[in-house]
Design a protein around this ligand. Structure first.
Ligand code: ADP
Ligand code: MG
Length: 438
């Protein structure tokens, strides 16, 4: 069926699109009426879902008389989705080893340190250098896409570097659960325990998904105890603190409190820019600093999305056969944010609307007065200028009475912070956005 689909796309698409989208995709599994397809990135996934999924439904219908539903997954996700193979094809025991591959890209070298993650990074280093002794377990918590998994793998890599024979196991809590349940079914509990209880480092990701199917939590507890008593290092992650995970039993929560819990918070603009710079260098992309900070300004919470934005800009530049610049990035990311064409919004227009809205003069908006009733609107105006125009930082600064570009960055961050905690201001800024764009 995949062949059929390829043929069909080949006919319908031009060569470049075909190579970009279809050639990079890979069918993973075909079960019932679901076809799982692995695509390289979120960007590809969006494209498939929007533009190419219809053909799959149809082709499936034509060939099987049944609709075929595609599921697109990125490599990250596919590890999560892969179900254990059907029983008879499974070489005994092997599924336990078909495991815990550390992502070679997730090392300390590729990790950018910033305010939001420096504690977590430091703790990770300590644990990698001296596993099992000080912070055990080490528990990272924080929002999606902030680097928890990355740091976890980095610990594994670092430990392997010092002790190449160290036994390291990485699992998501779902994989742990699946492993466990399969072991019960196959009556291979011994192998399971051998696998999990003899490691030097156990990394369990997203522990908030550890459910108590058939005694999984009990087994996890016992695994934990055994490793802990033998001074083996355990590293865990979650999206929140252990005591805030409702499904987690009290005794696990209290065990986790024996070690160290560190949070990872969203990176500031500077860190985001640094992360993009590092990525761009790794991919040998020529991107001006201005453009990097522009992209970093567009996506403020999730680093995975930030990386996605970079991929998108890169793909866009390839498509247009142009160098990456701020205006090109703005164009590429426009669709992502659902914004109106950006070129039409000028800094002046923003200043007019903001000055009207708050009944202050444009002169004051551009001036130096430090009273709050003027400072906040001024910062909002700068924030909007940065969000809605493709003017560079220095240019925006210049349009506000010759201010430094760092003032603009500061204003942008400040407002970003404020609207997170202040729903009234958030609404005002949203209204202003409407006014400016409409
Ligand atoms: P989480 O597990 O917290 O959801 P991940 O560890 O999967 O987040 O990180 C998402 C993506 O962002 C990964 O590609 C990771 O390499 C990248 N990333 C996160 N934090 C950093 C950082 N500080 N420096 C460089 N890349 C980072
Ligand atoms: Mg993760």
């Amino acid at each position: 069926i995949w062949k059929e689909l390829q043929e069909r796309y080949k006919k319908e698409m031009n060569f470049v699109s075909y190579n970009t989208w279809v050639d990079t995709a890979q069918p993973l599994s075909f079960q019932k009426n679901q076809l799982m397809i692995e695509v390289p990135s979120e960007l590809h996934k969006n494209y498939w879902e929007k533009n190419l999924a219809g053909q799959i439904l149809e082709t499936g219908y034509r060939l099987n008389g049944e609709e075929l539903f595609p599921i697109f997954v990125t490599p990250d996700e596919s590890t999560k989705y892969t179900e254990p193979l059907p029983e008879k094809e499974l070489p005994k025991d092997d599924y336990l080893d078909a495991q815990s591959v550390l992502n070679p890209k997730y090392t300390f070298d590729t990790f950018v340190i910033g305010k939001g993650n420096q504690m977590a990074h430091a703790a990770a280093l300590v644990v990698a250098e001296d596993p099992g002794s000080i912070y055990n377990p080490l528990f990272f918590y924080g929002g999606v896409g902030l680097g928890k998994t990355h740091l976890m793998h980095a610990i594994g890599h670092q430990m392997l570097q010092r002790r190449p024979d160290a036994k390291i196991k990485y699992v998501s809590s779902e994989n742990f659960t699946n492993d466990f349940i399969n072991s019960i079914k196959r009556k291979e509990m011994e192998a399971f325990r051998e696998e999990y209880r003899t490691v030097d480092l156990l990394l369990v990701d997203d522990i908030q998904f550890l459910v108590n199917k058939e005694g999984t939590q009990e087994e996890f507890f016992n695994t934990f105890e055994e490793l802990y008593l033998n001074n083996k290092q355990i590293v865990l992650t979650s999206d929140r603190l252990p005591n805030e995970i409702p499904t987690l039993p009290e005794r696990l929560v209290s065990r986790f409190a024996w070690g160290l819990s560190v949070d990872i918070t969203p990176p500031d603009l500077e860190t985001r820019t640094a992360i993009l710079r590092k990525k761009a260098e790794a991919e040998r992309l020529e991107i001006p600093d201005d453009t990097l900070s522009y992209i970093a300004g567009q996506i403020d919470s999730n680093i995975r999305e930030l990386e996605g934005a970079l991929v998108r800009v890169q793909a866009f530049a390839t498509m247009k056969n142009a160098d990456i610049s701020t205006s090109l990035a703005a164009e590429a990311l426009k669709a992502l944010k659902g914004l109106e064409p950006i070129g039409q919004v000028s800094v002046l227009k923003i200043q007019e609307k903001v000055s009207n809205y708050y009944s202050i003069s444009i002169a004051d908006l551009k001036g130096k007065k430090r009273v709050k009733s003027i400072v906040v609107p001024r910062q909002i105006a700068m924030y909007l200028a940065r969000e809605l125009t493709d003017s560079s930082l220095p240019k925006i600064g210049a349009e506000f009475g010759g201010k430094d570009h760092t003032t603009v960055i500061h204003a942008h961050e400040k407002i970003q912070q404020l609207i997170k905690n202040d729903p009234i201001l958030e609404r005002e800024v949203a209204e202003l956005k409407q006014l400016v764009m409409g």
